[in-house]
Design a protein around this ligand. Sequence first.
Ligand code: ZN
Length: 301
Amino acid sequence: MIQLVRISGRLRGILAAVAAAILFFAAAFPPALSSSASLNIVAPRESAVGRPFLVYVSSMSNMTGLTISWGGKMIPVEVRREGDISEGVALLGTDVGNSAPGTKKLEISAGIDGSVETVSREVQVASVEYPVQRLTLPEAMVTPPKVVLERISREREESSSALAAVSPERKWDLPMVRPVPGVTTSPYGFRRILNGQPRSPHRGVDYRAKEGDPVMSCAAGTVLLSADHYYAGECLYVDHGNGVVSVYMHLSSRMVSAGDQVSAGDVIGLAGRTGRVTGPHLHFGLSLQGSMVDPEPLLGK
Ligand SMILES: [Zn+2]
């Protein structure tokens, strides 16, 4: 059944802003509507490994406690009420580093007038042939000396716990702010071979930036982690709510600390060449409930 979904003025802005991102998929992956008695859902039928997508849920009844189950995670989604519409919007995706293509289940549950309504959908996640990139780096950076292994494992735990943050308030907005204006020097998904050895694929985007260039937060949020890591160098993790966390690496300077509130476009650090790098640039990553996706379709000009 074809049905019109009413969208409030406030969220219409987001949905229009990401029209480019949604349409980016639309040619190949038309979004689909489905509904239960009281829930209207707009979500794609198809996606691809590494790509983000948007799920919009609305109801003319009073909706509470909206959660989305995707990729083995339960994601709380903030519900806002405007006029007679209750609505929530979530960013979801898959990770080039650990997601297999195939049919995946998307389950949406919401409290409606004291009972829980659940709608299940299937999303076909297509495989993507990302190109191979060969890099030559100082050997110590490819095969780290034993003395730093403990440091690396401690830092890995620190960053995974930051990426696992799922806070209840949605602070992100679309399109997101491009953190630096420079061109892409290494896109998302490159399968990397370092000094002849296959390594994990590139789970973010590298942008050209000079040492000292300002780096902006892609959205409003709370700084989760400000640290100096062996691989990432000086890095920042910012929580934007509902499982959306952005990551900025190889900085020469960090201008915020854990717990600081930032607005979209705030300068949070300066670009640099700290950590495992061949030259100054910004590595920008976007985690959706722990899955590092290609942030590019979500960024403004
Ligand atoms: Zn990178």
